[in-house]
Structure formats: structure tokens, C-alpha cells
Design a binder for this molecule. Structure first.
Ligand code: ZN
Length: 152
């Protein structure tokens, strides 16, 4: 009987082989590029935000299976969500990676419940500090794109 580790590996490979929301979005969609020089990973995040909702997200780039599958799962997890939910999701994910997200001064942590879903498959990465940067690259790039999308 396959264990949880095998199931997680399958989910990661599935997202790596069949990445979700692959592509680009034309302006005025926000666009951010992230690099992880330690591993050579590159991630492009295109974000369409209408009002308070992430209406569309596309991901490009190349790199290791952890970075690319994390980006695919991220795109799936944030599409259709509110900006507040997405910020909560970023905190939840980074918490799973043992990273305490710093809050801008005067800002409180969003108090919404979000489920990680497929993203839980990446929790084993926390045991490999070098790979944490691979797993969080898409999320840091997402935050940059989100900042651009909401600053206008
Ligand atoms: Zn990597």
C-alpha cells in the first residue's frame, strides 16, 4: 500500500509534468519575475486582479521539479481567490516551510481560514533547507506581482 510520501511524490510529479495555468497574460496584468540562483530556477507570474479578486493567473519559467510544481500548485490555489485569502495562503504556505512572514508595520495577519490542498504535498521539502528556496520562489514572485497589481 503506497504511503503518504509516495502520494506526495505523485502529486509533485503530476504538477511538474502537467503544469497548470501555464502561459502569459497581456498588460494590464501584473508581471513579476523570480530567480533562485542557488538552483537556477526561474518563475514568471502574471496576475489579473479585478477589484479584490484574482481573476486570472499564468505561470512561466523553468527549473527543478520542486520549483515548477510549487508554481503550478500556487496558480491553482490562488485563482478565483480574494487578495486577502491569497495573503493568508502565502502565510500558511510559508509557515509550512518554517518561514515567519514579516508583516508591514501596522498591518495585521489576515484572519481567514484557507486550505492548502495539494500544497501539503510540498511539506516534506522543509527537511531540505536548500530546496525551501525552490518551493517558495513562486510565492515570493506572487507577492511581487500582487504588490504591482494592487499599487495602481
Ligand atoms: Zn530548484
Amino acid at each position: 500500500m503506497p504511503g503518504l510520501e509516495d502520494l506526495y511524490r505523485e502529486i509533485i510529479l503530476d504538477h511538474y509534468r502537467t503544469p497548470r495555468n501555464r502561459g502569459e497574460l497581456p498588460p494590464p496584468a501584473a508581471h513579476a519575475v523570480g530567480h533562485n540562483p542557488l538552483c537556477g530556477d526561474e518563475i514568471d507570474v502574471y496576475l489579473q486582479v479585478d477589484g479584490d479578486t484574482i481573476t486570472d493567473v499564468k505561470v512561466g519559467g523553468q527549473g527543478c521539479s520542486i520549483s515548477q510544481s510549487s508554481a503550478s500548485m500556487m496558480s491553482q490555489a490562488v485563482k478565483g481567490r480574494s487578495v486577502t485569502e491569497v495573503r493568508a495562503l502565502v502565510r500558511r504556505f510559508k509557515g509550512m516551510m518554517s518561514i515567519e512572514e514579516e508583516l508591514p508595520e501596522g498591518e495585521r495577519a489576515p484572519e481567514v481560514e484557507v486550505k492548502l490542498g495539494d500544497l501539503e504535498a510540498l511539506q516534506g521539502v522543509v527537511k531540505f533547507p536548500v530546496r525551501i528556496k525552490c518551493a517558495t520562489l513562486a510565492w515570493n514572485t506572487l507577492i511581487e506581482a500582487l504588490a504591482e497589481a494592487t499599487s495602481a
